[in-house]
Design a protein around this ligand. Structure first.
Ligand code: DP6
Length: 401
């Protein structure tokens, strides 16, 4: 009996135009379209192996080696059921295909993110799940169609089905058939977009995206304005900026949209605060860094953006990464130094960091070691990858390795 198994990896994505609010909580249909940059899987990824076997007694999933319950009717169960439905369609059209849709599944998933990084892993996780099942079931399905299924696991996951620059079109259909991800541009179009993730220390448990956004939908009057009058124009303008490789416009809109997302969070009753003093100090540093450039006749060189937590993601062009790492390290001394994955600093390392000429050092205070507990340098990356059996996360016995 052949082994029916496939392994895939999928990337993280970080939005420039934020998804915040659902018009349908079961189907996960958003109140506005959103747009993100897919980050490189060479640095951050979720990997998933799926196996179908008539001997398995139930669908089972392990996340980082631990059993993760598949609640009936829950998000995981929905994604798995939708994928089985697509497989059943393939089988009904070709009677010689093995009846994999009827077999139970074992699924093992692993995130390579540094522990305690506090990075949202659900987007990469659901995208890897859907990609591995699509490979296992040999589905002739397009990434956009798969994104419609990943969306039902976690909204932002639909954008991880593509590499490069990705829009999630909110759609209008009540059944969600037109709420899916589309590619705005592949990574090859603008490979110089790099990202620096500043992992910010946080002791308190924040409000989850799912809970927070629903509270915003129910109580914020500002959200209505954002959805109707702000996001549609920003989606158009940032897509154009990406196509024209216009970093100045890309950066301006990205920062404006992060600010507005955190404004609607604050406009929620009771208010939601995701940024802390460290997050705000990073904003001040990026604003000052950009001011120096603009006053010298240049353009914006960096853009900050924040999701539902205090971590900063700074988008910039490759040529500026060194300056920005130096700047962050100067104000936020690192315990273990900076992991220089791209070899920016050579053998001397980043040292104590530093600022560019003309920078007003008083815009922020220097923080204690550990305030920013990690810096991850990555860049725009590709979409899900189907991997070989040597990367499988299930052993011969069908259990996690
Ligand atoms: C702030 O996709 O995590 O990161 O659909 O409820 O699973 P659910 O929410 P999720 O929300 C992400 C919100 C965000 C913005 C974004 O990624 O667009």
């Amino acid at each position: 009996m052949p082994v029916y198994q496939a392994t895939a990896s999928a990337p993280v994505n970080i939005a420039c135009i934020k998804y915040w609010g659902k018009r349908d909580t079961k189907l996960i249909l958003p109140t506005n379209s959103s747009l993100s940059v897919t980050l490189d899987q060479d640095n951050l990824r979720a990997t998933t192996t799926s196996r179908a076997d008539p001997k398995f007694e139930q669908d089972q999933l392990w996340l980082n080696g631990k059993v993760d319950e598949i609640k009936p009717g829950g998000r995981l169960a929905t994604c798995i059921a939708e994928m089985k439905k697509l497989r059943a369609q393939v089988e009904s059209g070709s009677p010689n295909e093995p009846k994999l849709a009827e077999f139970k599944l074992h699924i093992s998933s692993f995130n390579n993110f540094p522990t305690a990084a506090g990075l949202a892993s659900s987007a990469a996780g659901f995208a890897a799940l859907v990609a591995s099942l699509a490979a296992l079931y040999q589905l002739p399905t397009s990434p956009s169609e798969l994104s419609r299924i990943a969306r039902q696991g976690s909204g932002s996951a639909c954008r991880s089905l593509f590499g490069g620059f990705v829009a999630w079109e909110k759609g209008t259909a009540a059944d969600g058939s037109d709420s899916l991800a589309v590619e705005v541009a592949p990574r090859e179009h603008w490979p110089d977009i790099h990202a620096l993730i500043c992992v910010v220390s946080d002791d308190k448990k924040g409000t989850s995206s799912t809970t927070g956004m629903q509270r915003t939908v129910e109580t914020s009057t500002l959200l209505e304005h954002r959805i109707k009058h702000v996001v549609p124009e920003r989606m158009r303008a940032i897509s154009e900026a990406i196509k024209a490789r216009d970093f100045d416009t890309f950066a301006r809109i990205t920062m404006q949209d992060s600010n507005q997302f955190h404004s609607v969070a604050l406009d929620t009753d009771p208010p939601i605060f995701y940024l802390n003093d460290v997050s705000r100090a990073i904003i001040a540093l990026i604003i000052e860094y950009n001011r120096v450039s603009v006053e010298a006749g240049g353009k914006l060189k960096a853009a900050y953006t924040y999701d539902a937590g205090p971590n900063a993601v700074i988008y910039t062009l490759k040529e500026n990464v060194k300056e920005i790492v130096s700047l962050i390290v100067k104000y936020f001394p690192q315990t273990d130094g900076f992991k220089d994955t791209f070899g920016l600093f050579g053998s001397t390392g980043v040292g104590e960091g530093g600022v560019v000429e003309g920078f007003n050092v008083n815009v922020a205070k220097k923080f204690e070691v550990g305030a920013v507990k990690g810096l991850i340098h990555t860049r725009v990356g590709d979409g899900p990858r189907v991997l070989g059996n040597e990367e499988a996360l299930l052993g011969a016995d069908g259990l996690p390795t």
